[in-house]
Ligand binder design. Sequence first.
Ligand code: MF3
Ligand code: CO
Length: 249
Amino acid sequence: MIVLKTGRELTLMREACRISAGALKVIEQAIEPGITTGELDRIAEKYILSQGAKPNFKGYHGYPATACISINNEVIHGIPSVTRKINAGDIVSVDLGATINGYHGDNAATFAVGDISAEAKRLIDTTRESLYEGIKMARAGGRTGDIGYAIQSYVEARGFSVVREYVGHGVGTALHESPEVPNFGTPGRGVRLLPGMTLAIEPMINIGKPNVKVMPDGWTVLTCDGSLSAHFEHTIVITPDGPQIMTKL
Ligand code: MF3
Ligand code: CO
């Protein structure tokens, strides 16, 4: 079932989205060579709790942390650890969310630490830009396939590939609601988009092949070919006047 949110519900949900965006910002400001992913996780959790919210990934299907922190060839769902140091030259994907008022926010970004290769920079820029291409198509009367097609065509024209096994999703009173929002697709296909829909759009893009595998820890998703991967995500709402990004400060 797809839930359309009323204005009152959106007001409550905006708070969760604002705190989610704030937590991503505090990680961005703290990230530097030598810091561990476990320390970054603690910083984000402290911030979310200080706002009166709760980290919504923690405990989700048994997930043990506030943030997912995925480095280089790790695509998503990397588990923070106080023994895992971030190095200059790494690209670091951070995904997290907060819940308050019974509503959820969800967002992600990939950060460059120190000097990174030109190719890594192009991957990060392309992934961020593809998210905005997808958001542009999140309009009442369109379909989820319009969003997926916009992301996929933007990314593939630049020689990168779209991960298929993980997709965007509805978000609201649950972290994951209907519909699924794939980062690939065909214009005019998929679920019809309506005002009041709140969606997490989240392209995961690889430099090499699209194939991914899960590590023995049961969470961390890696590229099969070892190539770098980037991830950006916003929670948006479809209004009668077009898409509005909710996870923005
Ligand atoms: N990052 C996922 C999303 O954006 C959700 C995280 S699953 C968790 O939809 F278990 F790691 F929390
Ligand atoms: Co999400």
